[in-house]
Design a protein. Structure first.
Length: 155
């Protein structure tokens, strides 16, 4: 069976909130710590991501929620690629890359000319993926204390 046959990416619905929070809380707490902005966004994604003009995608692997990614509206034509997480059980199957491409396509449909992201170089596989799909490093600024790298993708 091919990956396309068992991987499905869907738009976020309110019933996804506990999964969105758990997927992201798991990796954040594994490598770092929850910041106040994380708690707000993960507990209230509709308020902090969807209502202001952003988007959340959920990945299903054989009908089980396996991952997520969000696009947070920053400014006209600019979205932040944020809160990407893939359940450890499903890592190594290309889900992160497929979610990334789906988010990029969604950003284009939303009229984005640029996507930014904040990360940490400790997350080497994620940084490698971001570079592979075209993100380049720019000077760091931003809302997260744990971030030591900022990247952008011009669309």
């Amino acid at each position: 069976m091919t990956t396309a046959a068992i991987l499905q990416i869907e738009n976020y619905r309110s019933e996804h909130q506990p999964h969105f929070e758990k997927l992201n809380r798991t990796w954040i707490e594994k490598y770092f710590w929850m910041e106040p902005v994380d708690v707000q966004v993960l507990q209230h994604p509709e308020e902090y991501i969807v209502k202001p003009g952003g988007y959340i995608l959920m990945a299903y692997w054989e009908k089980e929620i396996a991952g997520t990614v969000a696009l947070r509206y920053v400014d006209k034509g600019v979205y932040e690629f944020t809160k990407m997480a893939v359940h450890e059980k499903y890592q190594g199957r290309g889900i992160g890359e497929k979610l990334s491409h789906a988010a990029i396509e969604k950003a284009k449909l939303l009229g984005a000319s640029k996507i930014i992201l904040y990360s940490n170089t400790r997350l080497a596989p994620a940084i490698k993926l971001y570079r592979k799909i075209g993100f380049t490093e720019i000077p760091v600024d931003g809302p997260y204390k744990r971030s030591d790298i900022k990247m952008e993708l011009m669309l």
